[in-house]
Design a protein around this ligand. Structure first.
Ligand code: ADP
Length: 509
């Protein structure tokens, strides 16, 4: 069953699997026109000063809050998102995101001075400012259809960029609502929406961008990177994860079980930083297992855990579960019937061999394998035995030891006694290693990917520079004398004399 037919996207409610409405696809031929209109809007937008741009983004912020109920409603219809998740992760977190960027953008965009030694560089001053890249391409997935685009769009427009945005074909309606807010409050056409799937995504990448940001699967990320390379574009990739949680024997077991249940089953596991592997020290393994079984059996379908967003994702989860069971894994919580719609019960597994798919491939669904370990010496090998490197958590009451252990993990974010929540913090850089990709969102480091430094030097000196023509003997005297002066063990006094004599000759010439 194709999601797109006759230039229409079928909008499926994953809670029932039923098509509820359709949305028009943006014709590929229209994408270059949208890109060119966005570039025109960008010139007008960047011409407005930062104060004015901030006022427009503040109005957008207010409109976002005023539409919070509509956004939560569409997230329920398009993703089956429980209200608790829609409000915490996609409304309150984004409200804070707006606030942080609005409060900090002046400082972050303030030009930094160039260091110019007045003896070598008399009469000169310089500064480096951050200019917008221009037109930012943004391709986003369905799992967090509001939070993922906004974390790039807000800093992008504050810095003066335009954005050509291709959201997932699975979440066109909440994307259209956001786009209507952008059009109403920013320069019209500045954030331009392209609805559709892979073909429209590819059309965005080749539409004359200045940079492209992609969040999604490794396979599509590689394709986008190749296309971007072909166009000579920088490309920021945020791909998947296979996060580990490590529970040490001195952990607060109740808190660890509570936190890991949320981190594994929040968003029905459809979060690139979901806990997909849990390593527990054998001395507390039974206690932890009992605590997590109690927590998981108390989860309420629909209220606490939503469905998978797509039928394809449900099939992947079912296949990984079947593979694990075939290889000897035991279901100790959850399992059982799927449905209604694309719902899969939150499921805890034990006795899972290290080469089972659920231990090696990204699941992006509500499966949690729990594996005992005997010695902390083995942990780095266990945690790092994945192609991904997004986040890892360590649960221990010995915070110093937890931090020293964390140094051994090859990943972008480490959290002690919690998991991955910093993804919602605008001031905390978010990114990973290995197949997770090299993209960074949030914090000043994300702003660096959305801007280009422009250095401006002003010279009020009337003198001829030492390094200008002619390259004569006096120049040699000065430069060699300077090196001799700075060399450890150099013959300082004669060198100083040589520099002074050389400079005097050069000024006279
Ligand atoms: P998933 O299958 O989990 O949705 P994808 O990586 O395929 O993850 O999709 C992420 C985003 O990339 C979506 O917006 C999707 O439409 C888009 N996309 C898919 N194929 C391509 C492509 N060839 N070029 C650009 N974007 C694409």
């Amino acid at each position: 069953m194709n999601l797109i037919e006759n230039q229409q996207i079928r909008c499926i409610d994953p809670r029932t699997g039923e098509t509820v409405t359709t949305v028009d696809v943006t014709p590929e031929a229209q994408v270059p026109t949208l890109a060119s209109a966005a570039c025109d809007a960008q010139l007008l937008w960047f011409d407005r000063n930062l104060k004015d741009r901030k006022a427009a983004v503040s109005a957008l912020h207010q409109a976002f809050l005023a539409h919070a109920n509509d956004i939560a409603g569409l997230l329920a219809e398009e993703c089956g998102r429980p209200a608790g998740e829609a409000w915490t992760a996609e409304i309150v977190a984004n409200h804070e995101l707006f606030g942080w960027w609005l409060s900090n953008i002046d400082d972050l965009l303030t030009a930094t001075p160039v260091d110019l030694n007045p003896i070598n560089y008399p009469g000169k001053r310089g500064r480096v400012r951050l200019d917008p890249k221009g037109l930012v391409g943004l391709i986003t997935p369905w799992n967090l259809p509001v939070a993922i685009p906004l974390r790039t769009i807000i800093p992008a427009v504050l810095a003066g960029n335009a954005v050509l945005w291709k959201p997932s074909e699975h979440t066109p309606r909440v994307s259209a609502l956001l786009a209507s807010l952008f059009d109403a409050h920013l320069e019209p056409g500045l954030v331009s929406l392209v609805q559709g799937a892979g073909a429209q995504g590819a059309a965005v990448v080749t539409a004359g961008l200045d940079t492209v940001f992609f969040t999604g699967s490794v396979r599509t990320g590689r394709t986008v990177q190749l296309q971007a390379a072909h166009c000579g574009l920088p490309c920021s990739l945020e791909l998947g994860g296979k996060d580990a949680a490590v529970v040490l024997e001195d952990a607060n077991i109740d808190r660890a079980a509570h936190g890991i249940t949320w981190a594994a089953f929040g968003f029905a596991g459809q979060n690139c930083a979901a806990v997909e592997r849990c390593f527990v020290q054998r001395t507390v393994y039974d206690d932890f297992l009992k605590a997590i079984q109690d927590r998981v059996s108390a989860l309420r379908p629909g209220d606490d855990v939503g469905p998978l967003v797509t039928a394809e994702q449900l099939s992947i989860v079912q296949a990984q579960l079947a593979d694990a069971i075939t290889r000897g894994a035991k279901v100790v919580a959850g399992g059982g019937e799927c449905g209604p719609g694309y719902f899969h019960p939150p499921t805890v597994l034990t006795d899972v061999p290290a080469d089972a798919q659920v231990m090696t491939e990204e699941t992006f669904g509500p499966l949690l394998p729990i594996v005992p370990f005997d010695s902390v010496e083995d942990l780095a090998d266990l945690v790092n035995a994945t192609d991904f490197g997004l986040t890892t958590s360590v649960w221990t009451q010995n915070v110093d030891f937890g931090q020293s252990l964390a140094e051994q993990f090859n990943c972008g974010v480490v959290t002690i006694n919690n998991h991955s929540f910093s993804g919602a913090l605008a001031s905390a850089a978010w990114g990973g290693t290995k197949d997770t990709g090299h993209g960074v969102t949030n914090s000043r480091f994300a702003l660096y990917e959305l801007t280009r430094p422009r250095t401006i030097i002003v010279d009020r000196s009337k003198q001829r520079e030492m390094w200008w023509y002619p390259y004569n003997e006096a120049l040699g005297q000065v430069t060699q004398g300077l090196v001799e002066l700075s060399r450890s063990g150099g013959n300082r006094l004669p060198a100083l004399g040589q520099v002074v004599a050389g400079l005097m000759r050069r000024w006279k010439e």
